[in-house]
Every structure is written in structure tokens, then in C-alpha cells.
Design a protein around this ligand. Structure first.
Ligand SMILES: Cc1ncc(COP(=O)(O)O)c(C=O)c1O
Length: 335
């Protein structure tokens, strides 16, 4: 299939049936492999959507400087799109950004603005990054902040994600599992499904220590899903149910996924796999379930897929994915 350019290769990711992950299942289970977007994650979709709509609205021209706070998948998605479109991108990152992601951003030609110290008022890095974005916007003429936490083009991009799933399944979708951070994926998919009146149940999967659905903020090891602020895109009652997963749940889910299905996926996909283990007893026989797997496992080789890193943080836990008896282990906490 010939594509006119790399950006048009974003989307249309495969839906893969998972028959080995949990062998005793009484329903059909699929994974939507967003790692197969050219930039390696589902954020490619939102990055293009935000830029395209800003161009159409006359907000971006050839000389506009794009400024965004992201050390991960959105930064990489924007770096890919800006590189192709010939736009200058400044990515505001902090000291926690992995060397691999910094190298990917630089390889696409993105400039890096590093925030070394937390915001003095709150002690947090996120407000310090947002302050840096505002400072850059006020000093750089013709600059534009896509702001993935508030930009409606972010959820709109995921109408495409769920449309692809529905097309592949002839509209037979009973359960959809989505990891959450900006709520772009959750909102885009849930609103589209609700408007279509298909009755699909949407399960949001969030990190313990994230505040999106309430609760207390706590330190988290695995980047990607979860948020220390309630995103502006969040609206109540998007999900029929939500499940919170721990860092260890993400590790267990990822290791199971690669061991049993040969799918090397990122941390939030592991969280979704563990969330499914938690709720699978409540899913009726014959149902069709899809889990969205947001990104590539290669970005987690030094953490989730590194035995020493896992042992250092969680002790000797390999039996949790090696043994099928552990299959019904519940998430550390679920609501
Ligand atoms: C790996 C990963 N999983 C899940 C999410 C959550 O997606 P969303 O921001 O659409 O809620 C993100 C967002 O950055 C992510 O990078």
C-alpha cells in the first residue's frame, strides 16, 4: 500500500486477536497495536490532528514555532509531524525524561528546553514545565502551544481509532479498555461510541497515584498513563467503570503480553492487561473486548523489560508472569 508521505501512514493500526494471553477466556479478546504508528504510539494521531486543525484555523503558518511540554509519546508524535511539515518544534522536558526519548526527539530535529528544577511554589515539575512553555510563548514571536491537555483536536483524533476498531469488528464491540492521561483517547472513543448508541462499555484504566478520577497524588515509576492534574479534557461519566493499576501491575501485564502473545508493548498496555485480569470475571460469555495498547515496548527496555530494574523496585516477582496460577491475581487496588 503506497502512502504519499509518512504522516498518512499514521492510523489504520492492526487489531490482533489474543488467544494465548488468558487461555480460559469465555469471550473474544483483541489488542489494538498503536505501536505500529510510524512514531511508535497513538499520540501520532493526536499530534497530526492538533497541527492540522491549527493550520486550517490559520493559527500556524510556515514560520510558526511549535512549543509543547512533553517528554514522551506526544513530543515524539509532534517531532515527527513538525519535521515533515518543516516546522520548528521546541519540546519542554524535565530531568526525568529518558535519554532514549531525548535522542529520538533530537533525531527528528526537535529542540529541547530542559527544566531542571521543580516549581518553587508547589515543588512539582509539571507546573515548572508549563511556566517554561508560557515564558517561551511570550518571548518567541509567532509561536503556538498545541496543549494536549486541553485541545479538543486530541480526542477528535481518536474517533478514527475507534472507527477502525468498529470497522474491523462489524460494529460488534462490547467492551473497550483505554489507558488514561490527557483523557484524549478515553473521551474520543467514549463520546464516539455513545453517539453511535452501540452500548459498548468503556473501561478506563488509570495509575494508582494519578488524580484523574480523584484520589491522592503519589509518586509513579512508569511514564505515559496517569496524570498529576485533572486534565481540562476530562469530563465526568465517560467511562462505565475505571480500574486503577500499580506500577507492578504494568510490569506483570507487559511481561505476560510478550511471553504469551509475543507483543512487546509499553507500560500502560501492561496496565490494561492487568486491569482485564481484574474484571474478566464480570464480562459475559460471548462478548467481544478490545484493549488499546498505546505504545512500543522498546521505550521501556531499561525499566519494565530489565530484570535488574524490576528486582530492584519490586523484588523477586517473575513468578507473577511465569505462572498461569497467578492469572487471577487482582490488581493491587481497584475501584
Ligand atoms: C504510553 C501511554 N499510554 C496512555 C496514555 C494516555 O493517553 P491519553 O493522553 O489519550 O489519555 C499516554 C499519553 O501520553 C501514553 O503515552
Amino acid at each position: 500500500m503506497i502512502k504519499p508521505n509518512i504522516l498518512s501512514a499514521v492510523g489504520n493500526t492492526p487489531l490482533v486477536e489474543l488467544t494465548k494471553l488468558y487461555p480460559d477466556l469465555h469471550f473474544r479478546l483483541f489488542g489494538k497495536i498503536e505501536a505500529l504508528n510510524p512514531g511508535g504510539s497513538m499520540k501520532d494521531r493526536a499530534a497530526i490532528s492538533m497541527l492540522e486543525r491549527a493550520v486550517a484555523a490559520g493559527r500556524i503558518d510556515d514560520d510558526t514555532v511549535i512549543i509543547e511540554s512533553s517528554s514522551g509519546n506526544m513530543g515524539i508524535g509532534l517531532a515527527q509531524a513538525c519535521s515533515y511539515l518543516g516546522l520548528r518544534l521546541i519540546c519542554v522536558v524535565d530531568a526525568k525524561t529518558t535519554t532514549q526519548n531525548l535522542n529520538i526527539l533530537r533525531a527528528y530535529g526537535s529542540e529541547i528546553s530542559l527544566v531542571a528544577d521543580p516549581d518553587p511554589a508547589t515543588g512539582e515539575l509539571l507546573p515548572a514545565r508549563l511556566n517554561r512553555v508560557r515564558a517561551l510563548l511570550s518571548t518567541i514571536e509567532n509561536s503556538y502551544w498545541p496543549n494536549q491537555y486541553a485541545n479538543e483536536s486530541n480526542p477528535l483524533a481518536h474517533h478514527g481509532t475507534v472507527q477502525e476498531i468498529l470497522t474491523d469488528l462489524d460494529d460488534n464491540l462490547d467492551y473497550l479498555f483505554c489507558a488514561t492521561s490527557t483523557c484524549g483517547t478515553l473521551r474520543g472513543c467514549a463520546e464516539y461510541l455513545r453517539d453511535r448508541g452501540l452500548g459498548t462499555k468503556v473501561i478506563a484504566v488509570d495509575a494508582i497515584g494519578s488524580v484523574i478520577f480523584g484520589g491522592r497524588k503519589a509518586a509513579r515509576l512508569i511514564p505515559g498513563h496517569g496524570s498529576g492534574i485533572v486534565p481540562q479534557l476530562y469530563v465526568p461519566n465517560l467511562a462505565d467503570r475505571f480500574v486503577r493499576v500499580s506500577d507492578l501491575d504494568c510490569v506483570i501485564g507487559c511481561r505476560r503480553l510478550v511471553k504469551r502473545e509475543a507483543i512487546l508493548a509499553g507500560g500502560s498496555a501492561g496496565g490494561v492487561v492487568s486491569a482485564l485480569a481484574r474484571v474478566k470475571g464480570d464480562i459475559p460469555a460471548g462478548a467481544t473486548c478490545v484493549m488499546i495498547f498505546p505504545d512500543r515496548g522498546e521505550r521501556y527496555l531499561d525499566t519494565i523489560y530489565d530484570d535488574e530494574w524490576v528486582a530492584e523496585h519490586f523484588g523477586d516477582v517473575s513468578h507473577l508472569w511465569e505462572s498461569v496460577e497467578e492469572e487471577n491475581r487482582e490488581c493491587v487496588m481497584a475501584i
